[in-house]
Design a protein around this ligand. Structure first.
Ligand code: ZN
Length: 511
């Protein structure tokens, strides 16, 4: 046999194969290179000629996915020769005169080959699967040569074991092969068990037409009960799950698993509120698409509550913006007989067959105020102060920081605040008699009150200093103390109040 050398250089990928597949092919090439080297040019040509390309592609893809059978590797190599951008060179020509061999598989004659090494390699790669006995008988005369790949296929075929098995056919499509009829029936029984509630009378059916077909087929095609069950129940052999860790949001989980939040929802239809998932909870990452669906129809009697109506009535005795409940509402109670149709445990529809009101709901009645709110004080009578009609501004500077009637945490401010720096002079706004000087701990801080007669009193709060004493007569505009922030105050200002017979009125006309 002549010596030749085969070299492959990849310049790019096949158009239909991914990078992994290319890598695999390279591997296959290295493994199998010797076979080709040992073979003849004719042999290589014949490999290529007899290849089922579709099958080869499928096989290469399958190997990358981990289920490749070595018997296909020769064909994979040939793919390289033809479809990849490969460059190969033979350094020497293969000698033309070679031994050829008759091949017998389990005593049966299969044909003549010249590449014995490649067949031996095929046998080796089958490992323990290889059960047939293969004999090579050298032939020295000139005979036409059978294609090696046919012989290799015959050897592979001899490793297969045939038996009666059962194919589960769903809506005319073969989905899985199981050992026997009994196993197939057990599959369906277990599937139904998943969704049937033993406490309810239910009609159970399958949404698809399911047939069990007895066939003679390779024993190797039989799927185990567990795997077959996973397949028909969730459409995939292995369900991927994720255990929620502390602080995981749906968004985090989706991102970590390269999926969308919507896909997460789809994968977990049994979790009513997936946004409220908890630490340690196991959730699905793949949406189940059962190949066979269980439909249940049940009749359920239940009591539900009926919400009450709320009626608003205008009420002129209540201030605007205020409400009063006149009559408390009460929910009613309804008894229903419902036909519930579920598919794989998920409610598809509910038909109400019968309905009976056990208790009528009671309407809630709410009175809504329409009465206008007073803008200030309660005193509307005439005012005549001792000092006459004109009043003095009570501070030597500053600005009004809060008006009368402003909202102060839900209560109106019944005074005027004039913000000014600490120590700014405070004056009596009219002549009168000082009736109080001091801090009563009532929030006003240092406070002076002056009585002006006719029930009119002015009040000066939060003072930093006080220059008058009780009983003292003061004139309009007389200095009585300094602006401060004593008592319940957040900054230096004069809190100026005017009271008529105890009512705090708007001080604006009195300053
Ligand atoms: Zn104030």
């Amino acid at each position: 046999m002549g010596k030749c050398e085969l070299k492959f250089v990849f310049l790019g990928g096949c158009s239909f194969l991914g990078r992994d597949i290319m890598g695999k092919l390279t591997e296959v090439l290295n493994d199998r290179g010797r076979q080709i080297v040992a073979g003849s040019v004719t042999g290589v040509r014949n490999y290529i000629k007899n290849i089922n390309w579709k099958q080869v592609k499928a096989n290469c893809v399958a190997e990358v996915k981990g289920t490749f059978h070595l018997r296909n590797s020769m064909a994979a190599l040939a793919v390289l020769l033809l479809t990849s951008v490969g460059v190969y060179t033979f350094s020497e020509k293969v000698a033309a005169t070679e031994h050829v061999y008759r091949v017998y598989i389990d005593g049966q004659y299969y044909g003549v080959i010249e590449d014995k090494a490649s067949i031996e390699s095929t046998i080796q790669s089958l490992g323990t699967e290889m059960k047939a006995e293969v004999i090579f008988q050298p032939v020295h005369q000139h005979v036409s040569v059978t294609n090696e790949i046919h012989v290799a296929n015959a050897i592979i075929e001899s490793t297969k074991e045939y038996a009666e098995v059962v194919v589960v056919r769903v809506d005319g499509r073969d989905v899985v092969t199981v050992q026997d009829q009994e196993t197939a029936e057990k599959l369906i029984a277990r599937l139904k068990d998943q969704y049937v509630n033993p406490n309810e009378q239910e009609q159970v059916s399958l949404a698809e037409t399911v047939d069990f077909i007895k066939v003679q087929d390779e024993v190797q095609k039989v799927t185990s009960f567990e795997a077959a069950f996973q397949l028909i129940a969730q459409g995939v052999i292995e369900q991927k799950t994720y255990v929620v860790s502390r602080g995981d949001s749906l968004w985090d989980i989706a991102l970590k698993n390269m999926m969308s939040v919507e896909q997460l929802h789809d994968a977990n239809p049994n979790i009513a509120n997936i946004d409220a998932i908890g630490e340690g909870q196991e959730i699905n990452l793949v949406a189940k698409e059962p190949l066979i669906s269980v439909q249940t129809i049940s009749e359920v009697t239940r009591e539900i509550t009926k919400n009450y109506e709320v009626e608003y009535r205008d009420d002129s005795s209540i201030f605007e913006g205020q409400e009063e409940v006149v009559q408390e509402g009460e929910t009613g109670k309804i008894k229903q007989v419902v036909k519930i149709t579920k598919k794989n445990g998920i409610v598809l529809k509910e038909d109400i067959l019968k309905e009976e009101e056990l208790a009528a709901p009671v309407k809630e009645i709410i009175a809504k105020g329409t009465k206008k709110k007073p803008t200030y004080g309660f005193y509307n009578g005439p005012v005549t102060a001792i000092g006459g009609g004109s009043w003095a501004y009570p501070v030597g500077g500053g600005y009004v920081s809060s008006y009368y009637g402003e909202n102060r945490g839900g209560r109106p401010h019944l005074a005027i605040d004039i913000a000014a720096s600490t120590g700014t002079a405070v004056y009596a706004s009219n002549s009168g008699t000082v009736s109080y000087v001091g801090d009563a701990g009532d929030g006003y801080g240092n406070c002076i009150r002056i009585s002006h007669g006719n029930g009119i009193v002015t009040l000066y709060g939060h003072l930093s200093s006080m220059a008058v004493s009780p009983g003292q007569s003061v004139g309009k505009g007389q200095y009585i103390g300094g602006v401060g922030s004593t008592g319940w105050s957040t900054g230096a200002h004069l809190h100026y109040e005017v009271r008529i017979n105890g009512a705090q009125i708007n001080p604006s006309p009195y300053m």
